[in-house]
Design a protein around this ligand. Sequence first.
Ligand code: PA5
Length: 432
Amino acid sequence: MAPHELEAIAPLTAAAARQVEDGSGLGSDYLGWVHLPTGHDREELTRIKAAAARIRSDSQVLVVIGIGGSYLGARSAIDLLRSPLYNSLPKDTPDIYFVGCNLSGGYLSEIIRLCRDRDFSVNVISKSGTTTEPALAFRVFRKLLEEKYGREEAGRRIYCTTDKARGTLKAQADREGWESFVIPDDVGGRYSVLTAVGLLPIAVAGADVDRILAGAQQAERELSEPDPLKNPCCRYAALRNILYRKGKTTEVFVTYDPAFTMMNEWLKQLFGESEGKDGKGIFPASVTFSTDLHSMGQYIQDGVRNLFETVVDICKPREDFFVEEDPENLDGLNFLSGQEMSAICRRAMEGTVLAHTQGGVPNILLEVPDASEEEYGYLVYFFEKACGISGYLMGVNPFDQPGVEAYKKNMFALLGKPGYEDLRAGLLEKLG
Ligand code: PA5
């Protein structure tokens, strides 16, 4: 890409960045995340930490119920900051299972079996308080809690994260007196991981939420500069829009660390739900290399040339593994010995970046020093801000999700929910 291309889009990018800062763009009712790190409700944060400590002391399992933005943030943070094998590894914090994020009876039944004979608590998370998947899972786990502990103790083990006033969940919480945390009105689901939505489960897993917020605060301060030539966040938003305008309509988020795989899922929701509207938007995809070099590598190297890759390089791994020399060398692998796995992985990355760029797939490289809490907080803010700027550059409202409603209406109608009778008749006719 020629340097003048970035210069050409710089004024537009700066304007988009200013819209995010001053709230003059579309969807400005949902910009609460912009100053969330520095403006966090201290009293609520203290309660989040106290609740996490209580869950750690009285529960072997925490069941987190939520979907979309009420699920992906916590799940991805725990994978990254603790481990994708978190539940299987020895630790002094509870196992954490996520439910209400699908409609699989098999999955739900298995989680029930994993919990019922152990002490457990539930964190139900839903901003609207009416989403079917989590509402149904909550009904099941609330009953399980009440059967096991009785209504009063069950009530002490339910932690509710929802809107401050609206929704069925809020009404239930008020009636039953469950400990509740608020998702601010001006923070949409996919931008909510730095509220109680993400922070409570993350704290239960033993990660330091103060350090996460410190990283996000640093990002909030550093990434307010609107000049894309000086601000890496604006620069990233500008680069992906330049590529989009040249026909690179799919962004593949690439990681070389399985601990980042769920972060890629979070990124896919963030960008997909923010940009995919009005017939526009970069389609977000993801791969975990080197695993997926053996499945998706062929396509990326040689398939339709509408792709670009965004590689998030965690420079220092959480833990490494030293490859020793084998005196017999029967497998001929001694050329790899005497070095850490991370050094071998780095060569794989360098080789892949060169191959893919030569194959016509532009690569954007984002370097993250390590997978610490501070870097995680910084990264969350970086991507949220880049997404807002990028959406404005693309000419969409990055903070609504009207398309998500379409399937819900059809599903409700087909399931016979009261109020959807007319739609149901039409749909049944179409289905034959
Ligand atoms: O980002 C979003 O707004 C959505 O993905 C929501 O988080 C998701 O639909 C769940 O909604 P709720 O938290 O209201 O249950």
